[in-house]
Write a protein that binds this ligand. Structure first.
Ligand SMILES: [Zn+2]
Length: 234
């Protein structure tokens, strides 16, 4: 009987192993509970993607300027020529990159300057878009000016080409100009052709069909009805 009784007495090392097993089960249970507290679904309801060793693109490629490429340059080396009056610049007779300055306000267009060797040369000006020539005439502040009606981004615009030699504009009002077609040449500096201004092209783009020859506006807010051609060049 004593021998049988001793058979049922757990041996000390077996008890240790059993306790160890219980501890493992206990720890495993806690670990499982911890896992369940982190649902595999994010707040948006999407199943989380498992981590991958593959690199994941964090953003889609961004086009530098979504509007670029919709208008042609009105003059050769256009970008190089914008050295004095960019779009929106505030000028006054007391503060201006040109001297003397007779205008005040925020520049509605972009001024394309002429190079030193172009002062006595013909400098061609090209239509920036397809559209009708709606006006060509002398206007105070411009000398010769031409206005073209075009479409841009599904809206009407008028393009103001200022300081032209008016007799060089052979197209008649009402005729259609094709983008890239020569419109005329720049007026001679400090003459009636530029209304006394230096030889340069002022190019303004006004939103809408109405002709607006304003070269400057009084408030920055008014600039919102004008567009910067440099954003649209190819
Ligand atoms: Zn200007």
């Amino acid at each position: 009987m004593e021998n049988n009784a001793s058979k049922f007495q757990p041996r000390p090392y077996a008890a240790v192993i059993f306790a160890g097993f219980l501890l493992l089960v206990f720890v495993w249970g806690i670990w499982q509970a911890g896992q369940k507290k982190q649902p595999a679904v994010n707040p948006s309801g999407m199943v989380k993607k498992t981590q991958s060793s593959q690199p994941v693109a964090t953003s889609t490629p961004v086009v530098a300027n979504a509007d670029a490429g919709k208008l042609l340059a009105p003059i050769s080396k256009a970008q190089e020529r914008v050295t004095k009056k960019p779009f929106g610049l505030k000028v006054s007779p007391h503060s201006s990159p040109v001297s003397p300055e007779r205008f005040s306000g925020y520049h509605t267009g972009v001024d394309f300057e002429t190079f030193a060797d172009e002062q006595d040369a013909e400098v061609p000006v090209f239509a920036v878009c397809d559209g009708t020539l709606v006006e060509k005439r002398f206007a105070s502040g411009y000398g010769g000016v031409a206005v073209q009606s075009c479409r841009l981004d599904n809206q009407d615009i008028t393009v103001v080409y200022g300081h032209l030699k008016l007799v060089s504009v052979s197209a008649k009002a009402g005729s259609t100009l094709t983008a890239g077609e020569q419109l005329g040449v720049l007026g001679k500096g400090y003459s009636s052709e530029t209304d006394g201004e230096r030889k340069h092209l002022h190019l303004g783009i006004h939103i809408g069909k109405a002709v607006n020859l304003a070269g400057y506006v009084k408030t920055p807010a008014e600039l919102s009805s004008w567009l910067n051609i440099l954003k649209y060049l190819k």
